[in-house]
Design a protein around this ligand. Structure first.
Ligand code: GTP
Length: 413
């Protein structure tokens, strides 16, 4: 039971036992029913050089043909000279739950001679999606806000076995504060298990060295051990070494699986011993899709929004009021200006006082020095006089009398 008085800070919570069933324990079911009715929206972005298997992996993740097989583009064909942004949307349904999935592709990324600014159109696209959301939020009627923000970005790393390339680092550095980054080692069936382990280690070192934040499965207080273990296991697989394929192939033991058949055997997509596809799907779809959406809204978008509004001159507190009330805004600006002036005045006063103190201390010091010199000279003179005095009396006592003085003495006798 919560008592809230006039001051909410003084409210207290008293635990009470219910005398019977009330029914609010049904709230999660109400939320469940409502969200199922409304459906879900999820936007994933795929970034990586051409031919790394992006379309194949998206088809594999959602078990559908979102991307049909692409036509081969001859090398001398005219290509766009910049990174393009293309979106594909699809409504998919599973056990009555509808998902509006949007996949944002970035063809051309890393495909040019100079890829220095490949990240730029992608950042601009992500920010324009934030802009559009902010604009909808600020509308008078906010009944239908469409969320086009990118909730996750799958970044495909070429399976080179070396370290990350400059383009990879630059991209992640520019985007990690704007989107949930999920790094993926593409076509991992082209590497041995040992090579993958070493490559992952190098990638993680590079990521840590450049302070890049990649999305981690979150764990909360009081969570059960199973969930914590699951999150840790997913985290241990990052960057996910994946294999994509929607083709059904026959295994030597007679099973039909999604995979890639090679003369030496079959690589199974859904087999955790063969690749990290299952863990990636868990992170992106099965367990943490809602977390990805929430983190995008609560942290990434919120930070971006705050910065944007501040750069537009909107104060953080009661911003809406100030935004729509020019007088309040002017008043706030005046107060800020006055505070700035007062601060400057106080600083100047302080500097002045400091200077005066310094001057006074210097004067005092030279006065003391003068006084000491004067005393020294006086003492020396005094000593000189005393010496002379002593000399005089010594001379007077020991000297024979002059004839005049002798006659004076005779006279007195
Ligand atoms: P662009 O659309 O040109 O950017 O290419 P993409 O990154 O979408 O690659 P796509 O999915 O079209 O795959 C390119 C080629 O790689 C195809 O021949 C796929 O069959 C193959 N491929 C996709 N995934 C894998 C994989 O995991 N391993 C291997 N060995 N080949 C793959």
């Amino acid at each position: 039971l919560v008592h809230t008085g006039p001051n909410p800070a003084l409210s207290s919570v008293i635990r009470k036992k219910l005398m019977g069933f009330v029914g609010f324990s049904n709230l999660p079911n109400q939320v469940h029913r409502k969200s199922v009715r409304k459906g879900f929206q999820f936007t994933a972005m795929v970034v990586g050089e051409s031919g790394l298997g992006k379309s194949t992996l998206i088809n594999t993740l959602f078990n559908t043909t979102l991307y049909s097989p692409k036509e081969h583009i001859p090398p001398d064909a005219e290509r766009s000279s910049t990174v393009a942004i293309e979106s594909i949307g699809a409504d998919i349904e599973e056990n009555g739950v509808r998902l509006h999935l949007t996949v944002v592709d970035t063809p051309g990324f890393g495909d040019f001679v100079n890829n220095d600014e490949s990240w730029k159109p992608i950042v601009e696209n992500i920010e324009s999606r934030f802009d559009s959301y902010l604009e909808q939020e600020n509308r008078v009627n906010r009944a239908k806000v469409v969320d086009n923000r990118v909730h996750a970005c799958l970044y495909f790393i070429q399976p080179t076995g070396h370290s990350l390339k400059q383009i990879d680092i630059e991209f992640m550095r520019r985007l990690h504060t704007k989107v949930n980054l999920i790094p993926i080692i593409a076509k991992s069936d082209t590497m041995t298990d040992e090579e993958i382990v070493e490559f992952k280690e190098r990638i993680l070192n590079d990521i840590a060295h450049h302070n890049i934040h990649i999305f981690q499965a979150p764990t909360y207080e009081n969570e059960d051990e199973e969930t914590i273990a699951e999150a840790a296991e997913i985290a241990s697989k990052i960057p996910f070494a994946v294999v994509g394929s929607n083709q059904l192939v026959d295994t030597p033991d007679g099973r039909q699986v999604r995979g890639r058949a090679y003369p030496w055997g079959v690589v199974e997509v859904d087999n955790e011993d063969h690749c990290d596809f299952v863990k990636l799907r868990q992170m992106l779809v099965r367990t943490y899709m809602e977390e990805l959406r929430e983190y995008t809204n609560d942290v990434l978008y919120e930070n971006w929004r705050t910065e944007k509004l501040i750069s537009m001159g909107v104060a953080q507190d009661s911003s809406v009021f100030k935004e729509i009330n020019p007088a309040a805004r002017m008043q706030e600006e005046r107060t800020l200006h006055e505070a700035k002036l007062a601060k400057m005045e106080a600083e100047m006063k302080m500097v002045f006082q400091q200077k005066v103190q310094e001057k006074e201390a210097k004067l005092k010091q030279s006065e003391e020095e003068l006084y000491a010199r004067h005393k020294e000279m006086k003492d020396a003179l005094e000593k000189q006089r005393a010496d002379l005095e002593a000399k005089k009396s010594r001379i007077e006592q020991g000297r024979p009398l002059t004839p005049e003085k002798a006659s004076v003495r005779v006279l007195f006798r």
